[in-house]
Design a protein around this ligand. Sequence first.
Ligand code: AMP
Length: 437
Amino acid sequence: MPNNKKEKPAGPNRLQSVKGMHDVLPEQVAIFEKICKNAKDLLDFYNFQRITTPIVERLDLYARTTGETSDIVEKQMFTLKTRSSETFALRPEFTPGIARSYIQNNMDQLSPPVKLFSIGPLFRYEQPQAGRLRQFNQINAEIFSVENDPIYDAQIILAGYQILNDLKIKDIIISINSIGCKNCRPNYRKALINYYKSREKQLCEDCKRRLPTNPLRLLDCKSEQCQPFKERAPITVEYLCGPCKKHFKEVLDYLDHLKLPYMLNNFLVRGLDYYSKTVFEFITETSETEKKISFALGGGGRYDYLVDELGGKPTPAVGLALGIERIIEVLRHRNLIPTNRPKGKVFLVHIGELAKKQSLCLVELLRMAHIGVIESLGKESLAAQLRVADRVGSPLALIYGQKEAHEDSVLVRDMKTGAQETIPIAKLPEMIKKRLG
Ligand code: AMP
């Protein structure tokens, strides 16, 4: 996670993490885990089961699925070559690996829909900048079914929206489009190629190269010089076949029913080859600079041919991915990250050799009683330990001195009032629970 503290310039003896890859420091782990826990609880409620696939997969898995002309495969793969000349890739996205696992583990034998989710790191060789890292984490969810029922598109969109909503990101807009199926997409491709052909000379080099092979990608080109042409380009929804139109209309009907805020975006194509029909993104606004900019926290879409193309039974599917670091960025800007004070933990103060020796046993006694305890075992002075207790905001300090260690008791000090009371260790858990309510 990018660290906001100014980093010292790299000197010859100063080790640095790899460009675009960051440590998640202890004070940042709490929010990271909170996001993951919220997502896990919610996806568990919707009956998604967690799956963990390897970080390393065969390189051709991505070339075959994500697409040779996608940015990910063209420019962003971290690849490895083994001694026996096999080529592997650090996973740049979850879906191909999960589809591979679905086929390899015969999940088509399970009762459909098969709902899976994953959380973990991904790797893309990008130019690092705000919200764009080379190692980042995603929450990913997929639904494999036998029918390409639009209700699953709606459910996956709902799940992503609610994960963000539960984190108090309330201004999410769902940007949505349909890019059609195998039957209607060829006509749309043709229309796009015809349209862009006459403007080819004015396009950027990437678009010129992609025009004959993947013309849809021209719609999400970010280059300034290509923007004016985009506005008058043919739009997908006008080329959808009957079943795709019906599918898209039903997805939107579900979103209306759920009162989810969405915006039709004719230019959303999402740049990966395996998508068909519905594609979507979760957009929020951020004012990192003076002007507000739209920021995608996640996205996804339907991929009805992927499992089939990888050698499995034809299995319609739909998935979503949310970027954890981007979510944290938004929470940080909006001051929505809770301060991380350990609440309700007692502080153990030890004085003298015997008490120090027995203090680990006392901590164990409290652990068995499910009482949170903070200690500063290496510190010897009472004042120093009480200062730490004060700093971490413990409501009670347990003062365990030579006398107490001999008598099997503890002096319990209320950190607010300063009142102190000696309690036999046998009664300590019960008393603490009463005091902490
Ligand atoms: P994608 O897998 O490209 O559809 O991205 C889904 C979400 O992952 C995006 O909306 C971002 O929130 C996040 N994401 C994608 N690429 C990066 C990256 N390089 N660094 C940080 N987050 C990313």
